[in-house]
Ligand binder design. Sequence first.
Ligand SMILES: [Fe+2]
Length: 200
Amino acid sequence: MSLNLGRTQFGDIANTGNVLTKEQAAELFNSWVLNPKLKIHMQQVGHLMKCWAAEKELLDEAGQWKWEMAGLLHDADWDQWPDLHCKKIIEELEQRKIDPEIIRAIASHGHMHFGVEPVTNMDKMLYAFDELSGLIHAYSLMRPGGYEGMDSKGVKKRLKEKSFAANVSREDIQDACNRANIQLDELIAFIIPRQATVTG
Ligand SMILES: [Fe+2]
């Protein structure tokens, strides 16, 4: 089964600036995503995207929400429609006339699967946060103190253990760091304290 989207253009430039309200996004999130683990993952990635937009891209609140929305909804169709993963949420957001930048970021969060290269900073950071955030959360669940006292050394150890969170692609994480031009240590250090605030 291929999840390749077969296209690289998404949304309509005329819809630039259009977003869902927080209530609309929450409604879509809650009706499409039923798995509590997936919910936490999507909320964590949404939060990391928002923090990055605010702290590194220095975007205003509207800009931050665009980044957060991309993170929050990137896996919205994974739970109920795995065969249509990415396609369904993209079409939904296109139908709702959402900003193409957000749709593009979602479409490129797994370029090996969907065939869409991450190009913008938003694309690249969503791709970079996705897998690493999941591995760090899995690591927190096996530590007695959770996120407390976690450091990047421990995370890198887990990354080297192939059997730990084996479904998390180490190649994707390295590829994402290269594309976003960010050191792995820096990315891990950014994620830990921010993600620690979103544990469901
Ligand atoms: Fe994800």
